[in-house]
Design a protein around this ligand. Structure first.
Ligand code: C2E
Ligand code: MG
Ligand code: MG
Ligand code: MG
Length: 293
């Protein structure tokens, strides 16, 4: 019976792998025309500072709306785009679209707003990222200081000096460099010293159970202290509750992002938020009055 079960199991996995592989190929093929057909969209999620709930920046997040299939999440299609190299053209589109949108918001008077764009390691491997950034800033008229690039730890782990050189050039251009999902990769302290990183984004997995998990709470506190001693700013991802927010504030985390303030919205939705300055949920305004935050 055990043998039979084993075979069924193996069959199940083979079939599942086959189905996954088929879906991957299908998506990779659909992706080839997606840019030209205008199927990509950006949404934007605010980064908020306290005590006043100021939305000082936005993060651009990519969406692929496949006609007749709904929205494919980036966690599913970005690794596939990295495999085929489509990420280069897509990444360029993201940068241009995000910077054009930021230009519009600057023109509407929100002149201090920043824009963060996620970059994939493959982009560094396959193209001259600093040259691209210079070009996009020149084309869109966005000041370098208004652009932030979110990198993952895996980019820093790549061999050789090419990435170090690229990051130093990016610092020379004047853009801000943030390390995304901090704490989920190798988080080697030597990377933080070696690379010109300005901002640590603490991964959502630490924030999720801050209230119930003492280890995550102390890790979060330690990450913030470490960032301070290295003169880096901290942003907490995935803030969903006032309890998480109070804890992070006590730790002197600099900024916050998460559904508690706002989900990612389309440009129009964000313009509405900016106009109403509506990014401080009522519960925070209330607590602030009582000095509990
Ligand atoms: P990320 O850069 O760490 O972005 C944060 C993700 O967490 C986003 O998912 C966002 O919608 C989600 N999120 C934000 N606040 C909360 C919250 O309070 N609770 C929960 N449960 N989730 C929250 P999304 O948009 O699905 O993006 C997933 C990842 O895909 C991003 O993680 C980023 O690594 C990647 N990505 C997105 N857009 C791009 C892009 O243009 N280029 C590249 N290379 N990667 C991208
Ligand atoms: Mg990010
Ligand atoms: Mg992140
Ligand atoms: Mg994340």
């Amino acid at each position: 019976a055990a043998k039979g079960r084993g075979r069924n199991c193996a069959e199940f996995y083979t079939r599942k792998m086959g189905a996954d592989a088929e879906r991957h190929l299908m998506l990779q093929s659909a992706m080839r025309t997606a840019l030209a057909h205008g199927e990509f969209e950006l949404c934007y999620q605010p980064k908020v500072a306290l005590p006043d709930g100021q939305m000082f920046g936005m993060e651009a997040l990519l969406r692929w709306r496949r006609p007749g299939h709904g929205v494919v999440p980036p966690a599913e299609f970005i690794p596939l785009a990295e495999e085929t190299g489509a990420i280069v053209a897509i990444g360029e589109w993201v940068l241009r679209t995000a910077c054009n949108q930021l230009r519009r918001w600057h023109d509407q008077g929100y002149t201090r707003l920043t824009m963060a764009v996620n970059l994939s390691g493959r982009q560094f491997a396959r193209q001259d990222v600093p040259a691209l950034i210079r070009q996009v800033l020149a084309d869109t008229g966005v000041p370098a200081a208004s652009l932030e690039l979110e990198l993952t730890e895996s980019i820093l782990m790549s061999e050789g000096t090419a990435v170090t050189d690229a990051l130093l050039q990016l610092k020379d251009i004047g853009v801000t460099l943030a390390l995304d999902d901090f704490g989920t990769g190798y988080s080697s302290l030597s990377y933080l010293k070696r690379f010109p990183i300005d901002v640590l984004k603490i991964d959502r997995s630490f924030i999720t159970d801050l209230a119930s998990d003492a280890e995550n709470a102390s890790l979060t506190r330690t990450i913030i202290l470490m960032a301070q001693s290295l003169h880096m700013k901290t942003v907490a991802e995935g803030v969903e509750s006032v309890a998480q927010l109070s804890f992070l504030r006590r730790c002197k985390c600099d900024a916050f992002q998460g559904y508690f303030f706002s989900k990612p919205l389309d440009a129009e939705g964000v313009t509405g938020l900016l106009r109403d300055r509506r990014c401080l949920p009522a519960v925070v305004r209330h607590q602030r009055g009582r000095q509990t935050l």
